[in-house]
Write a protein that binds this ligand. Sequence first.
Ligand code: COA
Length: 332
Amino acid sequence: MIRAAITGVASYVPEKILTNFDLEKLVDTNDEWIVSRTGIRERHVAADGEASSDMSVQAVNKLLLETGTKAEEIDAIIVATVTPDMLFPSTAALIQHKIGATKAWGYDLSGACSGFLFALKSGGSLIQTGHKKVIVVGVDTMSSILDYTDRNTCILFGDGAGAVLLEPTEDENYGIIDDLLFIDGSGADALHMKAGGSRKPATHATIDAREHYIWQDGKSVFKRASTDMAEVSAAILKKNNFNSEDVAIFIPHQANKRIIDMAARKAGFRDEQVLINIDKYGNTTAATLPLGLDEVVKEKRIKDGDLVLLAAFGAGYTWGSILLRYGPGKKG
Ligand code: COA
């Protein structure tokens, strides 16, 4: 059986850092509240005019360099994002053009914080049906849809991009092993952007009402995120007859340190097995998982063939987990 192996990962965060102390000057909040309620200390924010495709190109060009891949060899580019440069054309098309991936096709996918999982599953399916090199990007410029007068949301998010290269392997010890993925649109009321889509196109009134920003009922999302991400993380291990000690690293979505701790405890992980970088980046939505994967690979916290568990929960609701063995294995 052909499996999709992750043969490289790279990421990019913008230079500018916004600390909790910077936010104290914008809204009625404080570092102590933000750290104790969320685990976040700072986040990166895009420069003026820096959009999702720009950050993605930085990550993808690093990926191509590090894996010795030519842009013309890429068959497809899938981009998970809720902050595309424009509603159309796709961010995938903009990246394709900027990197010169002359033979690629591709598309954007909207899965919010679970977007990278959904895109990884889609990319894996393309590999299993004959593609040889697929790039999967998770990127979000959350600062472009944050209301920096709303303390409920503006403290939570940051900007970033991450990308992986998927290639076929016939080595059954490598690649994407299994996934559990879900959507539940009954959660739409709890986390959304009210205007700017076909239901409520932009007008002076929508702008005056500040409806082009993220709106969140934090408590409802917190409740669902902390149960569903925990359950789906434990469930995928059980389904595949693994236990937590078999996993080298658990990379959960980074929305709130308290949600991460609950998921880790429920799935049975020790602290050393859990990637936590929410303190540096906040919630970067679709970029969170590839940023985390890049960090554990670059810091050599995992080695070729190690078992990795990814899990996420986000707007939709969307949630899920993917179990994989990192590295190339034997080429398919
Ligand atoms: N600074 C200081 N105080 C704040 C604050 C801030 N930035 N934001 C809210 N508060 C206040 C509230 O007004 C409230 O005050 P009150 O008791 O006087 O009304 C108090 O702190 C508690 O607010 P609450 O909303 O109950 O806090 P919480 O512990 O639920 O934490 C979130 C809020 C947003 C951090 C938390 O609900 C959360 O992480 N939700 C899920 C986030 C998530 O997963 N989102 C996206 C998925 S991708």
